[in-house]
Design a protein around this ligand. Structure first.
Ligand code: M6R
Length: 593
Protein backbone atom coordinates (compact mmCIF):
# COMPACT_ATOMS: atom_id res chain seq x y z
CA UNK A 1 0.00 0.00 0.00
CA UNK A 2 1.30 3.49 -0.72
CA UNK A 3 3.28 4.20 -3.83
CA UNK A 4 6.64 5.94 -3.83
CA UNK A 5 8.70 7.35 -6.66
CA UNK A 6 11.99 9.24 -6.63
CA UNK A 7 14.16 10.57 -9.43
CA UNK A 8 17.65 12.02 -9.74
CA UNK A 9 19.29 12.73 -13.10
CA UNK A 10 19.29 15.30 -15.84
CA UNK A 11 15.54 15.53 -16.51
CA UNK A 12 12.53 17.17 -14.97
CA UNK A 13 11.99 15.15 -11.79
CA UNK A 14 8.48 16.55 -11.31
CA UNK A 15 7.17 15.09 -14.55
CA UNK A 16 8.71 11.65 -13.93
CA UNK A 17 7.48 11.51 -10.35
CA UNK A 18 3.95 12.73 -11.11
CA UNK A 19 3.57 10.28 -13.98
CA UNK A 20 4.91 7.52 -11.77
CA UNK A 21 2.54 8.45 -8.95
CA UNK A 22 -0.40 8.47 -11.36
CA UNK A 23 0.46 4.92 -12.35
CA UNK A 24 0.96 3.86 -8.73
CA UNK A 25 -2.14 5.59 -7.41
CA UNK A 26 -3.92 2.22 -7.23
CA UNK A 27 -1.62 1.42 -4.29
CA UNK A 28 -3.27 4.09 -2.16
CA UNK A 29 -5.17 7.28 -2.83
CA UNK A 30 -5.82 9.03 0.47
CA UNK A 31 -3.24 11.73 -0.21
CA UNK A 32 -0.40 12.60 -2.55
CA UNK A 33 2.79 14.58 -2.07
CA UNK A 34 6.04 15.59 -3.67
CA UNK A 35 9.33 17.21 -2.71
CA UNK A 36 11.50 19.02 -5.28
CA UNK A 37 14.71 20.99 -4.93
CA UNK A 38 14.32 24.72 -5.23
CA UNK A 39 17.61 25.94 -6.74
CA UNK A 40 16.87 29.59 -6.03
CA UNK A 41 16.39 29.15 -2.30
CA UNK A 42 18.58 26.04 -2.02
CA UNK A 43 15.89 24.09 -0.12
CA UNK A 44 13.59 21.19 -0.82
CA UNK A 45 10.02 22.44 -1.32
CA UNK A 46 7.27 20.11 -0.16
CA UNK A 47 3.82 20.00 -1.79
CA UNK A 48 1.29 17.67 -0.22
CA UNK A 49 -2.40 17.36 0.61
CA UNK A 50 -5.17 14.84 1.07
CA UNK A 51 -6.78 13.78 -2.19
CA UNK A 52 -5.70 12.37 -5.49
CA UNK A 53 -2.56 12.80 -7.61
CA UNK A 54 -4.49 15.08 -9.98
CA UNK A 55 -4.78 17.62 -7.17
CA UNK A 56 -1.01 17.44 -6.68
CA UNK A 57 -0.48 17.88 -10.43
CA UNK A 58 -2.63 21.02 -10.31
CA UNK A 59 -0.91 22.43 -7.25
CA UNK A 60 2.60 21.93 -8.63
CA UNK A 61 1.98 23.44 -12.06
CA UNK A 62 4.34 26.33 -11.38
CA UNK A 63 6.94 24.42 -9.38
CA UNK A 64 10.46 25.38 -10.53
CA UNK A 65 12.58 22.87 -12.46
CA UNK A 66 14.34 20.33 -10.31
CA UNK A 67 16.44 17.35 -11.33
CA UNK A 68 15.85 15.60 -8.01
CA UNK A 69 12.70 14.76 -6.06
CA UNK A 70 10.62 12.20 -4.23
CA UNK A 71 6.85 11.58 -4.22
CA UNK A 72 4.21 9.48 -2.49
CA UNK A 73 0.59 8.33 -2.68
CA UNK A 74 -0.78 7.27 0.69
CA UNK A 75 -3.08 4.59 2.05
CA UNK A 76 -3.48 5.81 5.62
CA UNK A 77 -2.37 3.53 8.46
CA UNK A 78 -1.21 5.88 11.24
CA UNK A 79 -3.16 9.08 11.57
CA UNK A 80 -6.14 10.56 9.78
CA UNK A 81 -6.32 11.39 6.13
CA UNK A 82 -5.24 15.06 6.18
CA UNK A 83 -2.53 17.40 4.98
CA UNK A 84 -0.31 17.00 8.07
CA UNK A 85 -0.20 13.23 7.80
CA UNK A 86 0.45 13.24 4.04
CA UNK A 87 3.96 12.40 2.87
CA UNK A 88 6.68 13.65 2.41
CA UNK A 89 7.50 14.18 6.08
CA UNK A 90 10.45 16.18 7.37
CA UNK A 91 12.72 16.19 10.37
CA UNK A 92 12.51 19.00 12.91
CA UNK A 93 14.91 21.40 11.16
CA UNK A 94 13.60 20.25 7.77
CA UNK A 95 17.04 18.95 6.90
CA UNK A 96 15.72 15.49 6.01
CA UNK A 97 12.65 14.83 3.87
CA UNK A 98 11.28 11.32 3.53
CA UNK A 99 8.54 9.20 1.96
CA UNK A 100 7.72 5.79 3.36
CA UNK A 101 5.63 2.75 2.50
CA UNK A 102 5.11 0.24 5.32
CA UNK A 103 4.44 0.25 9.02
CA UNK A 104 6.91 0.92 11.84
CA UNK A 105 5.59 -1.21 14.68
CA UNK A 106 7.87 0.20 17.40
CA UNK A 107 7.49 3.87 16.46
CA UNK A 108 6.02 4.88 19.83
CA UNK A 109 8.84 3.18 21.71
CA UNK A 110 11.45 4.88 19.49
CA UNK A 111 9.73 8.21 20.02
CA UNK A 112 9.82 7.78 23.81
CA UNK A 113 13.38 6.49 23.88
CA UNK A 114 15.16 8.85 21.46
CA UNK A 115 12.89 11.73 20.55
CA UNK A 116 11.33 13.06 23.74
CA UNK A 117 12.63 16.56 22.92
CA UNK A 118 11.53 16.62 19.28
CA UNK A 119 8.42 18.40 18.04
CA UNK A 120 6.19 16.36 15.81
CA UNK A 121 3.87 17.77 13.17
CA UNK A 122 2.03 14.56 12.22
CA UNK A 123 0.57 11.42 13.78
CA UNK A 124 2.50 9.13 11.48
CA UNK A 125 5.05 6.45 12.24
CA UNK A 126 7.04 7.84 9.30
CA UNK A 127 7.92 11.13 10.94
CA UNK A 128 9.77 9.19 13.64
CA UNK A 129 12.18 7.92 10.98
CA UNK A 130 12.94 11.44 9.76
CA UNK A 131 13.48 12.70 13.31
CA UNK A 132 15.74 9.78 14.20
CA UNK A 133 17.92 10.32 11.15
CA UNK A 134 18.30 13.97 12.04
CA UNK A 135 19.12 13.15 15.65
CA UNK A 136 21.82 10.64 14.68
CA UNK A 137 23.18 12.92 11.93
CA UNK A 138 24.21 15.40 14.64
CA UNK A 139 27.10 13.09 15.48
CA UNK A 140 27.30 10.60 12.60
CA UNK A 141 27.95 10.80 8.87
CA UNK A 142 24.59 10.97 7.12
CA UNK A 143 24.85 7.45 5.67
CA UNK A 144 25.59 6.05 9.13
CA UNK A 145 22.77 8.09 10.60
CA UNK A 146 20.35 6.49 8.15
CA UNK A 147 21.58 2.92 8.62
CA UNK A 148 21.67 3.35 12.40
CA UNK A 149 18.03 4.42 12.20
CA UNK A 150 17.12 1.52 9.90
CA UNK A 151 18.59 -0.98 12.35
CA UNK A 152 16.24 0.28 15.05
CA UNK A 153 13.06 -0.09 13.00
CA UNK A 154 10.69 -3.02 13.55
CA UNK A 155 8.07 -3.54 10.88
CA UNK A 156 8.29 -2.83 7.19
CA UNK A 157 9.59 -0.02 5.07
CA UNK A 158 10.41 1.18 1.61
CA UNK A 159 11.96 4.59 2.12
CA UNK A 160 13.33 7.48 0.12
CA UNK A 161 15.33 10.13 1.96
CA UNK A 162 16.55 13.56 0.84
CA UNK A 163 19.19 15.56 2.71
CA UNK A 164 18.91 19.34 2.26
CA UNK A 165 22.65 19.64 2.99
CA UNK A 166 23.46 17.49 -0.05
CA UNK A 167 20.82 17.84 -2.80
CA UNK A 168 22.85 15.63 -5.13
CA UNK A 169 21.73 12.32 -3.65
CA UNK A 170 18.67 10.24 -2.91
CA UNK A 171 19.02 7.61 -0.20
CA UNK A 172 16.72 4.61 -0.30
CA UNK A 173 16.17 1.51 1.79
CA UNK A 174 13.84 -1.43 1.90
CA UNK A 175 12.60 -4.08 4.29
CA UNK A 176 9.52 -6.20 3.44
CA UNK A 177 7.90 -3.46 1.30
CA UNK A 178 8.91 -3.53 -2.38
CA UNK A 179 11.36 -1.07 -3.93
CA UNK A 180 12.88 -1.12 -7.40
CA UNK A 181 15.77 0.89 -8.82
CA UNK A 182 15.54 1.83 -12.50
CA UNK A 183 18.38 3.05 -14.66
CA UNK A 184 18.67 4.96 -17.94
CA UNK A 185 21.07 7.44 -19.53
CA UNK A 186 18.98 10.26 -18.11
CA UNK A 187 19.00 9.18 -14.51
CA UNK A 188 17.95 6.90 -11.67
CA UNK A 189 14.31 6.33 -10.80
CA UNK A 190 13.40 4.46 -7.60
CA UNK A 191 9.83 3.27 -7.14
CA UNK A 192 7.63 0.74 -5.40
CA UNK A 193 6.49 -0.79 -8.66
CA UNK A 194 8.00 -1.46 -12.06
CA UNK A 195 5.12 0.37 -13.70
CA UNK A 196 6.40 3.73 -12.51
CA UNK A 197 9.65 3.14 -14.40
CA UNK A 198 8.12 2.40 -17.82
CA UNK A 199 9.29 5.03 -20.32
CA UNK A 200 11.89 6.45 -17.92
CA UNK A 201 14.23 3.55 -17.21
CA UNK A 202 15.61 0.89 -19.55
CA UNK A 203 16.68 -1.56 -16.86
CA UNK A 204 15.76 -2.29 -13.27
CA UNK A 205 17.07 -3.98 -10.15
CA UNK A 206 14.64 -5.24 -7.49
CA UNK A 207 16.14 -4.49 -4.10
CA UNK A 208 16.64 -7.21 -1.51
CA UNK A 209 15.50 -6.66 2.06
CA UNK A 210 17.85 -4.56 4.18
CA UNK A 211 19.46 -2.90 1.17
CA UNK A 212 20.63 0.68 1.49
CA UNK A 213 20.91 2.71 -1.72
CA UNK A 214 22.86 5.85 -2.50
CA UNK A 215 21.68 7.24 -5.85
CA UNK A 216 23.42 10.10 -7.59
CA UNK A 217 22.76 11.70 -10.98
CA UNK A 218 25.42 9.56 -12.64
CA UNK A 219 25.39 6.31 -10.66
CA UNK A 220 23.81 4.20 -7.99
CA UNK A 221 25.44 2.15 -5.25
CA UNK A 222 23.78 -0.46 -3.10
CA UNK A 223 25.01 -1.64 0.31
CA UNK A 224 23.78 -3.76 3.15
CA UNK A 225 23.09 -2.03 6.45
CA UNK A 226 26.77 -2.49 7.43
CA UNK A 227 27.83 -0.59 4.32
CA UNK A 228 29.19 -3.66 2.53
CA UNK A 229 28.60 -3.14 -1.22
CA UNK A 230 26.03 -5.49 -2.83
CA UNK A 231 25.86 -6.68 -6.44
CA UNK A 232 23.51 -4.86 -8.76
CA UNK A 233 21.93 -6.95 -11.50
CA UNK A 234 20.03 -4.68 -13.86
CA UNK A 235 17.50 -6.47 -16.07
CA UNK A 236 15.64 -5.04 -19.06
CA UNK A 237 12.14 -3.68 -18.43
CA UNK A 238 9.76 -5.61 -20.63
CA UNK A 239 6.55 -3.68 -19.92
CA UNK A 240 5.37 -0.99 -22.30
CA UNK A 241 2.77 1.76 -22.34
CA UNK A 242 -0.08 -0.57 -23.30
CA UNK A 243 0.48 -2.42 -20.01
CA UNK A 244 0.15 0.72 -17.94
CA UNK A 245 -2.64 2.62 -19.72
CA UNK A 246 -6.38 2.04 -20.16
CA UNK A 247 -6.23 2.12 -23.95
CA UNK A 248 -9.76 2.64 -25.32
CA UNK A 249 -11.48 1.31 -22.23
CA UNK A 250 -13.21 3.66 -19.79
CA UNK A 251 -11.73 1.88 -16.77
CA UNK A 252 -8.84 -0.46 -16.05
CA UNK A 253 -11.32 -2.99 -14.65
CA UNK A 254 -13.15 -3.22 -17.98
CA UNK A 255 -9.84 -3.51 -19.85
CA UNK A 256 -8.69 -6.25 -17.52
CA UNK A 257 -11.98 -8.18 -17.82
CA UNK A 258 -11.57 -8.11 -21.59
CA UNK A 259 -7.95 -9.24 -21.37
CA UNK A 260 -8.95 -12.50 -19.67
CA UNK A 261 -9.15 -14.70 -22.78
CA UNK A 262 -5.67 -13.57 -23.84
CA UNK A 263 -4.36 -14.18 -20.32
CA UNK A 264 -5.50 -17.82 -20.57
CA UNK A 265 -3.79 -18.15 -23.95
CA UNK A 266 -0.61 -16.54 -22.64
CA UNK A 267 -0.56 -19.00 -19.77
CA UNK A 268 -0.89 -21.94 -22.15
CA UNK A 269 2.03 -20.59 -24.21
CA UNK A 270 4.21 -20.02 -21.18
CA UNK A 271 3.43 -23.31 -19.49
CA UNK A 272 3.58 -25.65 -22.49
CA UNK A 273 5.97 -26.38 -25.32
CA UNK A 274 3.72 -28.41 -27.61
CA UNK A 275 2.45 -31.14 -25.28
CA UNK A 276 5.33 -30.80 -22.81
CA UNK A 277 4.70 -28.92 -19.57
CA UNK A 278 7.39 -26.34 -18.81
CA UNK A 279 6.87 -26.49 -15.05
CA UNK A 280 10.06 -27.48 -13.24
CA UNK A 281 9.78 -31.27 -12.68
CA UNK A 282 10.94 -30.69 -9.10
CA UNK A 283 7.80 -28.65 -8.33
CA UNK A 284 5.56 -31.42 -9.61
CA UNK A 285 7.44 -34.13 -7.74
CA UNK A 286 7.31 -32.15 -4.47
CA UNK A 287 3.57 -31.77 -4.96
CA UNK A 288 3.17 -35.45 -5.79
CA UNK A 289 5.17 -36.49 -2.72
CA UNK A 290 3.35 -34.23 -0.30
CA UNK A 291 0.72 -35.82 1.92
CA UNK A 292 -1.31 -32.60 2.05
CA UNK A 293 -1.31 -29.29 0.24
CA UNK A 294 -2.13 -26.11 2.12
CA UNK A 295 -3.28 -23.25 -0.07
CA UNK A 296 -2.89 -19.90 1.69
CA UNK A 297 -4.25 -16.66 0.29
CA UNK A 298 -6.47 -13.63 0.87
CA UNK A 299 -9.53 -12.15 -0.83
CA UNK A 300 -9.95 -12.98 -4.48
CA UNK A 301 -6.80 -15.11 -4.46
CA UNK A 302 -8.30 -17.19 -1.66
CA UNK A 303 -11.38 -17.72 -3.81
CA UNK A 304 -9.15 -18.93 -6.63
CA UNK A 305 -7.52 -21.22 -4.05
CA UNK A 306 -10.94 -22.72 -3.22
CA UNK A 307 -11.36 -23.59 -6.89
CA UNK A 308 -7.79 -24.96 -6.91
CA UNK A 309 -8.61 -27.28 -4.01
CA UNK A 310 -11.52 -28.79 -5.91
CA UNK A 311 -9.45 -29.22 -9.06
CA UNK A 312 -6.52 -30.85 -7.29
CA UNK A 313 -8.74 -33.13 -5.22
CA UNK A 314 -10.84 -34.13 -8.24
CA UNK A 315 -7.82 -34.91 -10.42
CA UNK A 316 -5.39 -36.35 -7.85
CA UNK A 317 -5.56 -38.10 -4.50
CA UNK A 318 -3.76 -35.32 -2.61
CA UNK A 319 -5.92 -33.70 0.08
CA UNK A 320 -5.94 -29.90 0.00
CA UNK A 321 -6.81 -27.38 2.69
CA UNK A 322 -7.44 -23.73 1.90
CA UNK A 323 -6.75 -21.16 4.61
CA UNK A 324 -7.27 -17.43 4.88
CA UNK A 325 -3.71 -16.15 5.30
CA UNK A 326 -4.41 -13.80 8.21
CA UNK A 327 -6.03 -16.63 10.16
CA UNK A 328 -3.44 -19.26 9.33
CA UNK A 329 -0.52 -17.03 10.29
CA UNK A 330 -1.24 -16.96 14.01
CA UNK A 331 -3.51 -19.94 14.76
CA UNK A 332 -0.87 -22.71 14.67
CA UNK A 333 -3.07 -25.18 12.79
CA UNK A 334 -2.02 -28.84 12.84
CA UNK A 335 0.22 -29.58 9.89
CA UNK A 336 0.64 -32.97 8.21
CA UNK A 337 4.00 -34.79 8.11
CA UNK A 338 5.00 -33.82 4.59
CA UNK A 339 3.16 -30.69 3.57
CA UNK A 340 3.53 -28.33 0.65
CA UNK A 341 2.34 -24.75 1.07
CA UNK A 342 1.00 -22.96 -1.98
CA UNK A 343 0.74 -19.19 -1.61
CA UNK A 344 -1.58 -17.67 -4.18
CA UNK A 345 -1.18 -13.92 -4.60
CA UNK A 346 -1.53 -11.43 -7.39
CA UNK A 347 0.84 -8.86 -5.92
CA UNK A 348 3.24 -11.17 -4.13
CA UNK A 349 3.39 -8.56 -1.36
CA UNK A 350 0.36 -9.31 0.82
CA UNK A 351 1.53 -8.91 4.42
CA UNK A 352 -0.80 -11.58 5.83
CA UNK A 353 0.78 -14.09 3.48
CA UNK A 354 4.27 -12.89 4.27
CA UNK A 355 3.57 -13.61 7.94
CA UNK A 356 2.63 -17.18 6.94
CA UNK A 357 5.73 -17.60 4.79
CA UNK A 358 8.05 -16.39 7.53
CA UNK A 359 6.78 -19.14 9.83
CA UNK A 360 6.76 -21.73 7.00
CA UNK A 361 10.41 -20.92 6.30
CA UNK A 362 11.34 -21.00 9.97
CA UNK A 363 9.97 -24.51 10.12
CA UNK A 364 11.83 -25.53 6.95
CA UNK A 365 8.71 -26.50 5.03
CA UNK A 366 8.64 -26.21 1.27
CA UNK A 367 6.53 -23.55 -0.37
CA UNK A 368 5.40 -22.51 -3.80
CA UNK A 369 4.25 -18.96 -4.55
CA UNK A 370 1.95 -18.43 -7.51
CA UNK A 371 2.10 -14.74 -8.31
CA UNK A 372 1.78 -12.13 -11.01
CA UNK A 373 4.93 -10.30 -9.89
CA UNK A 374 8.11 -12.34 -10.26
CA UNK A 375 10.19 -9.68 -8.47
CA UNK A 376 7.88 -9.73 -5.44
CA UNK A 377 8.86 -10.63 -1.91
CA UNK A 378 6.72 -13.77 -1.80
CA UNK A 379 8.16 -14.97 -5.12
CA UNK A 380 11.68 -14.53 -3.82
CA UNK A 381 11.19 -15.98 -0.38
CA UNK A 382 9.32 -19.18 -1.27
CA UNK A 383 11.13 -22.38 -2.25
CA UNK A 384 9.57 -22.22 -5.72
CA UNK A 385 7.51 -19.75 -7.66
CA UNK A 386 5.27 -19.82 -10.70
CA UNK A 387 4.25 -16.75 -12.65
CA UNK A 388 0.68 -15.83 -13.56
CA UNK A 389 1.50 -13.94 -16.76
CA UNK A 390 -1.64 -11.82 -16.35
CA UNK A 391 0.20 -8.55 -17.09
CA UNK A 392 -0.09 -5.65 -14.64
CA UNK A 393 -3.46 -5.61 -12.90
CA UNK A 394 -4.21 -2.01 -12.01
CA UNK A 395 -7.90 -1.94 -11.03
CA UNK A 396 -8.14 -2.57 -7.30
CA UNK A 397 -10.84 -5.16 -7.96
CA UNK A 398 -9.01 -8.23 -9.14
CA UNK A 399 -10.36 -9.93 -12.28
CA UNK A 400 -7.76 -11.25 -14.69
CA UNK A 401 -5.48 -12.33 -11.85
CA UNK A 402 -8.27 -14.61 -10.58
CA UNK A 403 -8.63 -16.19 -14.00
CA UNK A 404 -4.86 -16.60 -14.22
CA UNK A 405 -4.70 -18.16 -10.74
CA UNK A 406 -7.45 -20.66 -11.55
CA UNK A 407 -5.69 -21.48 -14.84
CA UNK A 408 -2.30 -22.11 -13.23
CA UNK A 409 -3.87 -24.19 -10.45
CA UNK A 410 -5.73 -26.17 -13.15
CA UNK A 411 -2.43 -26.84 -14.93
CA UNK A 412 -0.80 -28.03 -11.70
CA UNK A 413 -3.73 -30.33 -10.92
CA UNK A 414 -3.74 -31.67 -14.46
CA UNK A 415 0.01 -32.30 -14.57
CA UNK A 416 -0.34 -34.46 -11.45
CA UNK A 417 -3.29 -36.38 -12.88
CA UNK A 418 -3.69 -39.27 -15.32
CA UNK A 419 -4.41 -36.67 -18.04
CA UNK A 420 -7.72 -38.10 -19.13
CA UNK A 421 -8.49 -35.05 -21.28
CA UNK A 422 -6.59 -32.39 -23.22
CA UNK A 423 -6.29 -29.44 -20.82
CA UNK A 424 -4.68 -27.07 -23.29
CA UNK A 425 -7.53 -27.58 -25.72
CA UNK A 426 -10.14 -27.17 -22.99
CA UNK A 427 -8.51 -23.98 -21.73
CA UNK A 428 -8.54 -22.59 -25.27
CA UNK A 429 -12.22 -23.45 -25.56
CA UNK A 430 -12.86 -21.63 -22.28
CA UNK A 431 -10.96 -18.56 -23.58
CA UNK A 432 -13.00 -18.52 -26.78
CA UNK A 433 -16.24 -18.98 -24.92
CA UNK A 434 -15.37 -16.01 -22.69
CA UNK A 435 -14.73 -13.94 -25.80
CA UNK A 436 -18.09 -14.91 -27.31
CA UNK A 437 -19.85 -13.87 -24.15
CA UNK A 438 -17.96 -10.56 -23.89
CA UNK A 439 -18.77 -9.69 -27.52
CA UNK A 440 -22.52 -9.76 -26.90
CA UNK A 441 -23.05 -9.24 -23.18
CA UNK A 442 -26.07 -7.23 -22.05
CA UNK A 443 -25.35 -7.18 -18.35
CA UNK A 444 -25.92 -3.42 -18.02
CA UNK A 445 -29.62 -3.80 -18.96
CA UNK A 446 -30.04 -6.54 -16.42
CA UNK A 447 -28.24 -4.63 -13.68
CA UNK A 448 -30.52 -1.63 -14.32
CA UNK A 449 -33.55 -3.85 -13.89
CA UNK A 450 -32.87 -5.27 -10.51
CA UNK A 451 -29.69 -4.21 -8.75
CA UNK A 452 -31.24 -1.22 -7.07
CA UNK A 453 -31.33 -2.73 -3.60
CA UNK A 454 -28.88 -2.40 -0.73
CA UNK A 455 -28.25 -6.14 -0.57
CA UNK A 456 -27.79 -9.12 -2.86
CA UNK A 457 -27.00 -12.86 -2.77
CA UNK A 458 -25.05 -15.10 -5.10
CA UNK A 459 -25.85 -18.78 -4.69
CA UNK A 460 -24.35 -21.90 -6.22
CA UNK A 461 -23.10 -25.38 -5.44
CA UNK A 462 -19.65 -26.94 -5.86
CA UNK A 463 -17.45 -24.87 -8.15
CA UNK A 464 -20.32 -22.43 -8.63
CA UNK A 465 -20.34 -21.80 -4.89
CA UNK A 466 -16.65 -20.83 -5.07
CA UNK A 467 -17.45 -18.46 -7.94
CA UNK A 468 -20.37 -17.08 -5.91
CA UNK A 469 -17.99 -16.11 -3.11
CA UNK A 470 -15.79 -14.25 -5.56
CA UNK A 471 -18.82 -12.66 -7.26
CA UNK A 472 -20.03 -11.37 -3.89
CA UNK A 473 -16.65 -9.90 -3.00
CA UNK A 474 -16.47 -8.11 -6.34
CA UNK A 475 -19.95 -6.63 -6.06
CA UNK A 476 -19.51 -5.36 -2.51
CA UNK A 477 -15.97 -4.13 -3.15
CA UNK A 478 -16.87 -1.68 -5.89
CA UNK A 479 -20.64 -1.06 -5.68
CA UNK A 480 -20.86 -1.10 -1.85
CA UNK A 481 -23.98 -3.31 -2.08
CA UNK A 482 -23.98 -5.68 0.87
CA UNK A 483 -23.60 -9.04 -0.81
CA UNK A 484 -23.16 -12.61 0.35
CA UNK A 485 -21.95 -15.60 -1.60
CA UNK A 486 -23.78 -18.64 -0.31
CA UNK A 487 -23.87 -22.39 -0.80
CA UNK A 488 -27.30 -22.73 -2.42
CA UNK A 489 -28.38 -25.55 -0.12
CA UNK A 490 -27.29 -23.75 3.04
CA UNK A 491 -29.50 -20.70 2.63
CA UNK A 492 -32.54 -22.39 4.15
CA UNK A 493 -30.59 -23.07 7.37
CA UNK A 494 -30.95 -19.52 8.59
CA UNK A 495 -29.93 -16.89 6.06
CA UNK A 496 -33.17 -17.25 4.12
CA UNK A 497 -34.64 -15.08 6.89
CA UNK A 498 -33.02 -12.12 5.09
CA UNK A 499 -34.99 -12.66 1.89
CA UNK A 500 -37.69 -10.03 1.41
CA UNK A 501 -39.77 -8.79 -1.48
CA UNK A 502 -37.36 -7.85 -4.27
CA UNK A 503 -34.12 -9.12 -2.65
CA UNK A 504 -31.86 -9.99 -5.60
CA UNK A 505 -30.63 -13.60 -5.61
CA UNK A 506 -28.28 -14.48 -8.44
CA UNK A 507 -27.89 -18.21 -9.09
CA UNK A 508 -24.83 -19.71 -10.75
CA UNK A 509 -25.53 -23.08 -12.35
CA UNK A 510 -22.96 -24.91 -14.46
CA UNK A 511 -23.20 -28.50 -13.25
CA UNK A 512 -26.10 -30.51 -14.77
CA UNK A 513 -25.89 -33.04 -11.90
CA UNK A 514 -26.94 -30.47 -9.31
CA UNK A 515 -28.94 -28.16 -11.56
CA UNK A 516 -32.23 -29.43 -10.10
CA UNK A 517 -31.06 -28.92 -6.51
CA UNK A 518 -30.09 -25.30 -7.07
CA UNK A 519 -33.36 -24.71 -8.95
CA UNK A 520 -35.25 -25.97 -5.87
CA UNK A 521 -33.35 -23.49 -3.72
CA UNK A 522 -34.34 -20.78 -6.18
CA UNK A 523 -38.00 -21.74 -5.78
CA UNK A 524 -37.61 -21.43 -2.01
CA UNK A 525 -36.38 -17.85 -2.25
CA UNK A 526 -38.79 -16.90 -5.04
CA UNK A 527 -41.72 -17.92 -2.87
CA UNK A 528 -40.44 -15.51 -0.24
CA UNK A 529 -40.35 -12.63 -2.69
CA UNK A 530 -36.76 -12.79 -3.99
CA UNK A 531 -36.02 -11.42 -7.43
CA UNK A 532 -33.96 -14.19 -8.99
CA UNK A 533 -31.53 -13.98 -11.83
CA UNK A 534 -29.85 -17.01 -13.43
CA UNK A 535 -26.37 -17.39 -14.93
CA UNK A 536 -26.15 -20.86 -16.42
CA UNK A 537 -24.24 -22.92 -18.93
CA UNK A 538 -25.88 -24.23 -22.09
CA UNK A 539 -26.34 -27.76 -20.75
CA UNK A 540 -28.10 -26.43 -17.63
CA UNK A 541 -30.35 -23.85 -19.32
CA UNK A 542 -34.09 -23.68 -18.79
CA UNK A 543 -36.75 -21.30 -20.06
CA UNK A 544 -36.42 -17.85 -18.57
CA UNK A 545 -32.71 -18.04 -17.71
CA UNK A 546 -31.13 -14.65 -18.26
CA UNK A 547 -27.45 -15.37 -19.05
CA UNK A 548 -26.47 -18.50 -20.92
CA UNK A 549 -22.79 -19.30 -21.37
CA UNK A 550 -21.32 -21.83 -23.76
CA UNK A 551 -20.45 -25.18 -22.20
CA UNK A 552 -16.82 -25.68 -21.23
CA UNK A 553 -15.00 -28.55 -19.53
CA UNK A 554 -16.74 -29.17 -16.16
CA UNK A 555 -13.53 -28.38 -14.24
CA UNK A 556 -13.04 -25.06 -16.03
CA UNK A 557 -16.49 -23.56 -15.50
CA UNK A 558 -15.16 -21.03 -12.92
CA UNK A 559 -13.18 -19.37 -15.72
CA UNK A 560 -16.32 -18.49 -17.67
CA UNK A 561 -18.93 -18.27 -14.90
CA UNK A 562 -16.98 -15.51 -13.15
CA UNK A 563 -17.09 -13.14 -16.15
CA UNK A 564 -20.79 -12.12 -15.99
CA UNK A 565 -20.42 -11.61 -12.24
CA UNK A 566 -17.44 -9.27 -12.78
CA UNK A 567 -19.57 -7.27 -15.20
CA UNK A 568 -22.49 -7.17 -12.75
CA UNK A 569 -20.13 -5.59 -10.21
CA UNK A 570 -18.70 -3.22 -12.81
CA UNK A 571 -22.06 -1.97 -14.06
CA UNK A 572 -23.56 -1.74 -10.58
CA UNK A 573 -20.69 0.57 -9.62
CA UNK A 574 -21.00 2.49 -12.89
CA UNK A 575 -24.73 3.03 -12.34
CA UNK A 576 -23.98 4.45 -8.92
CA UNK A 577 -21.20 6.68 -10.35
CA UNK A 578 -18.60 5.21 -8.03
CA UNK A 579 -14.87 5.23 -8.69
CA UNK A 580 -14.64 1.77 -10.22
CA UNK A 581 -10.86 1.39 -10.32
CA UNK A 582 -10.25 2.93 -6.92
CA UNK A 583 -13.05 1.92 -4.54
CA UNK A 584 -13.27 3.61 -1.17
CA UNK A 585 -11.09 2.50 1.75
CA UNK A 586 -9.08 0.08 -0.37
CA UNK A 587 -5.69 -0.24 -2.01
CA UNK A 588 -4.36 -2.72 -4.50
CA UNK A 589 -1.66 -4.51 -2.61
CA UNK A 590 -2.26 -4.95 1.08
CA UNK A 591 1.17 -4.70 2.67
CA UNK A 592 -0.04 -4.24 6.24
CA UNK A 593 -1.38 -7.03 8.47
O1 M6R B 1 -2.21 -9.48 -4.09
P1 M6R B 1 -3.04 -10.54 -3.47
O2 M6R B 1 -3.66 -11.47 -4.46
O3 M6R B 1 -2.34 -11.31 -2.40
O4 M6R B 1 -4.23 -9.76 -2.77
C1 M6R B 1 -5.18 -10.42 -2.00
C2 M6R B 1 -6.40 -9.57 -1.81
O5 M6R B 1 -6.08 -8.39 -1.13
C3 M6R B 1 -7.07 -9.21 -3.13
O6 M6R B 1 -7.37 -10.35 -3.87
C4 M6R B 1 -8.37 -8.42 -2.88
O7 M6R B 1 -9.30 -9.23 -2.26
C5 M6R B 1 -8.90 -7.88 -4.22
N1 M6R B 1 -8.86 -6.45 -4.21
C6 M6R B 1 -10.30 -8.27 -4.50
O8 M6R B 1 -10.72 -7.77 -5.72
Amino acid sequence: MCGIVGFIGNQNAKEIILNGLTRLEYRGYDSAGLSLFNNRYQIFDVYKDEGRVQKLIDSTLNAPFSNIGIGHTRWATHGKVNQENSHPHYSQTRRFIIVHNGVIENYQQLKDQYLSKSNFTSDTDTEVIAQLIETFAQTLHVENAITTTLKLLHGSYALLVLDSNDPEKIYAAKYKSPLIVGHSESGITIASDLMALVGYSDTYHALEDKSFVVARREDVKIFNLDHVPLDIKFKPIELDDSDTTKGDYPHYMMKEIHEQPSVIRRIITNYYDKEQSLIKPEILSVMRDSDRIYILAAGTSMHAGLVGKQLIERLTSIPVEVHIASEFAYQNPLISKNPLFILVTQSGETADLRACLVSINERNYRSLTITNVPTSTLAREATYFLELYAGPEIAVASTKAYVAQVSVLAILAYELSTKSFDLKKEMSIAATSMEHFLESEKILDIVRLFLTRRNCFFIGRGLDYCVGLEAALKLKEISYIQTEGFAAGELKHGTIALIEDGTPVIALISDPKINGNTRSNLKEVQSRGAYTFHIVTESCKRDGDEVILEDVHPLLTPLVMVVPTQLIAYYAALERSYDIDKPRNLAKSVTVE
